[in-house]
Write a protein that binds this ligand. Structure first.
Ligand code: PMP
Length: 429
């Protein structure tokens, strides 16, 4: 494939944007080479500036569960834009989408909209701290909850990709309040709770992790966390930025039948526009300003275009629950197909999958936490990534990311992807 125009655009971008990108993983630094610049996208496909076409497994890092330029979302945004793009006042559509979200997700009474997943998680933790009058937070190594200070401690996603899970600029004062546990290890959490009695405000986690590749919770892990939280009067925060409205209408709370105290959303809830949200039962949400003392705000929060996109997306998902089975079936088909060809080509691998999230780890051992994810063979991943790109398949440019399956993918696309894996696998040895 020819990537000349993308490379020229990247050169120009680097002069005026740090690293040429507005979010680090986009730069392909982890896999080498210049990133491709996307010109447009429709359904399951991306088209770059050089005219190359790709089957897309990133889907804007998760939001586009129904594919690119999904017509009801596009139409809703266009119609809204004609009436003004922002007022800084309450609007009816904010209540409409809030009512819909509250009806779809179990165990929440109220929801507040923000502009990103980072803001959602940051605000959720502030709320938990205010509500419990405690300061410490337990997070898991390899989980990513956005780039706010408290979370850049052994963070996943781009933070591990770039080897800076603990970012300079985060003060020691902040870092000391973030306690680190091991994903899928209840013992590690119990030890922290015992050592910090009456000091921990909340435990925050990705209930299906997606930022160290996909790592599902082990049987009993989420239940165990719920019990520990109840025992120690600690709030349980599910960061459902990836999983919310993706793994089920009601997210992992519904899928696994576990109640969290606060739930964070992003990605799907905005239909591809910048939206995040956090939600909880009344007792907790009423602790927020203006009803309560915990302050949180946003000039563009609840922006009409973003709300219109989100409402169109959630309405579609609410109407057609069969989508969840359909994308899970497609993901399983992909899993079995990729496994088969990697095995035939003797490429050591472990595939993790849950619902419509899947990742291929070049490791023979089970990948259950950050340590086991980090032991996978990154050189093989780099070759795999570039091979797939050359074959017209766009996966995330880092081994520490998940593939997001959209319902726009056809079985023909999946078969083409599996054939591409076969061709690439032959060159991996
Ligand atoms: N939480 C999780 C689980 C995420 O995956 C992400 C982003 N990938 C975030 C929070 C942060 O969201 P944003 O990038 O919208 O700030």
């Amino acid at each position: 494939m020819n990537y000349k125009r993308s490379s020229d655009l990247f050169k120009a971008a680097k002069n005026v944007i740090p690293g040429g990108v507005n979010s680090p993983v986009r730069a392909f630094s982890a896999v080498g080479g210049d990133p491709v610049f996307i010109k447009e996208a429709k359904g399951a496909y991306l088209f770059d500036e050089d005219g190359n076409k790709y089957i897309d497994y990133i889907n804007s890092w998760g939001p586009l569960i129904l594919g690119h330029a999904f017509q009801p979302v596009v139409d809703a945004v266009i119609e809204k834009a004609k009436k003004g793009t922002s007022f800084g006042t309450p609007t009816e559509i904010e209540t409409t989408i809030a009512e819909l979200a509250v009806s779809m997700v179990p165990n929440i009474d109220k929801i507040r909209f923000v502009n990103s997943g980072t803001e959602a998680c940051m605000s959720a933790v502030r709320l938990a701290r205010g509500f419990t009058s405690r300061e410490k937070v337990i997070k898991f190594a390899g989980c990513y909850h956005g780039h706010s200070d408290s979370f850049l401690i052994q963070a996943g996603s781009g933070a591990i990709t770039f080897g800076t899970p603990n970012s300079p600029g985060v003060t020691q004062g902040t870092a000391k309040d973030t306690l680190l546990a091991t994903y899928n290890s209840l013992e590690s959490v119990e030890a922290l709770l015992d050592a910090n009695k009456e000091e921990v405000a909340c435990i925050i986690l990705e209930p299906i992790a997606g930022n160290m590749g996909c790592i599902p919770p082990k049987e009993g892990f989420l239940e165990g966390l719920r019990e520990l939280c109840d025992k120690h009067n600690v709030l349980l925060i599910f960061d459902e930025v990836m999983t919310g409205f993706r793994q089920a209408k009601g997210g992992v709370q519904e899928l696994k039948n576990i109640k969290a105290d606060i739930v964070c959303f992003g990605k799907v809830i905005g239909g591809g526009l910048p939206v995040g949200a956090f939600a909880a039962r009344n007792e907790i949400m009423d602790y927020l300003a203006p009803t309560g003392p915990v302050y949180q705000a946003g000039t563009l929060s609840g922006n009409p275009l973003a709300m219109a996109a989100g409402l169109a997306m959630l309405s579609e998902l609410n109407k057609k629950s069969e989508i969840y089975n359909s994308i899970a079936d497609k993901t399983e088909f992909l899993h079995l197909g990729i496994s088969k060809v990697l095995n035939e080509n003797n490429v050591a691998h472990t595939i993790n999958r849950e619902g419509s999230m899947i990742s291929v780890h070049f490791s023979e051992e089970p990948v259950v936490d950050f340590e086991s994810a980090a032991r996978a063979n990154n050189d093989t991943f780099k070759k795999f990534f570039h091979g797939m790109l050359e074959n017209g398949v766009y996966i995330a440019p880092s081994a520490f990311e998940t593939w997001f399956i959209s319902d726009a993918l056809t079985y023909e696309d999946l078969n083409e992807t599996i054939s591409a894996v076969d061709r690439v696998a032959k060159k991996l040895k």
